[in-house]
Design a protein around this ligand. Sequence first.
Ligand code: BG6
Length: 518
Amino acid sequence: MINANPEVEFCHGDIGSERKPLMPCTIVIFGASGDLTARKLIPAFYHLFKDKQMPPSFRVIGFARREKTDASWRAELRAALDQFSRTKPVDDKVWHAFAENLSYCQGDLTDEAAYQKLEAQLTSFGSGPLRENILFYLAVSPSQFGDVVEQIHHTGLLNKESTGWQRIVVEKPFGHDLASAHALNRELTRYAHEQQVFRIDHYLGKETVQNILMFRFSNSIFEKLWNRNSVDHVQITVSEKLGVGERGGYYEEAGALRDMVQNHMLQVLSLIAMEPPVSLEAEAVRDEKVKLLKSIRALSAADVAKQIVRGQYFAGNVGGDPRPGYRQETKVKPDSNVETYVAMKLLIDNWRWSGVPFYLRTGKNLPLSASEVRIQFRPTPNVLFAAQCGNNLDANALTLRLQPDEGISLRFNGKIPGTTLGARPVRMNFSYNTEFGAYTPEAYERLLLEAIAGDATLFIRRDEVETAWQIVDSIRAGWEGKALTNREFYAAGTWGPIAADDLLSQLGHTWHEPQAIK
Ligand code: BG6
């Protein structure tokens, strides 16, 4: 990289450290016929391979029930890559070299013989690291986690104390409440150590989410302001332009709270609000995240009624595109009370954040797709400019734009040029695209690489997932048996229900809407 500004020294590599060379390994994908493999996993491995980031030698085995040969699986993946690759066209030469490492193992997840076949395939790679170092990716339903782990253990593929390493990667939904998450954790750790379990939250793979810690703890100007003395409140918005679409069946079980808040939004919140970790070691970072989640004030049913808002979209249009109401979506009950939107005020009972409201909201069929965190600073005492500006002097705000217009902006007041004393908010803007070019690796690339490297920092620890469920369970308990009220419905294409505005107006706040990319 050319350093355009010689006064600026670059710090290369990962935060503070270079990655250790990766050991050769085999990746076994259970559920290899599914969407996730074709859309995310194989494109991610392909790009890592293309960028020369995979281990010097590796294999990928797809394990699934359907009859396929190595050749037909590869052909299928190639067609999917043409569609889902983030760089197009797919490089034929690179693909062929990559595809040589892919093989298929047909079998049922509960069939012992299938795992013996898998074991034989692994053994055919020799007795070295390709047989010993294995990443098991469970792209299957959580109800099958237990079976898979038991079978790989019985086949001798999962050693708690072996010479190589074996890791298990799992996806959300990680349970549907605390009890089920607890049961899943028990099943996973029956034959594996917690340190072998890597729970994915794809938000942690996003460059902008990883930048939160870098931004907070490497910049003294902001770190000093990051507390109750300077911050008035915080807004975390994850808005989505898409409706529920084909996922009605899943959504009826999940709802926005389980689908988005339990995982992605609480993760972002914990990174924004946690204390500095003692180091960047996985356990140090995760300890602080758990501590933060534990300091969120518990919610009684009465608090839920005051602080948490549900919403559900009815028919409308998003950017001119007509959308059906949620209750008219496929596989949705016509009288469903499932939330497609949720907004909340959370309070963090610790020294740093006491009294500062954290507002979180997420929803489907909103006017645009954008995720951002807005730190709203306290206003100045308005004694000097009241005559000119009334009470409208803007308070400063810092916005971390997580996606899609990745960047950070700082909003402050400036004098409008001219002979009178008028003020208006102006913005300083950092944009990833302008600064670093359009290098946007997919979240899965980073996460898969970290799992192969054995660094668990970007994965969710057992106590983290369970603490998050505790918060979500208390909210669900508050909603139990209550139907949605009129103030909780919103038209598709609007910014959510009126009740969400009421929530902020209790303290004289208003939502800040993300801006569309110009
Ligand atoms: C998934 C949810 O975990 O995250 C989806 O199940 C949601 O409902 C998606 O659309 C959002 O992810 P992203 O990366 O598009 O913000």
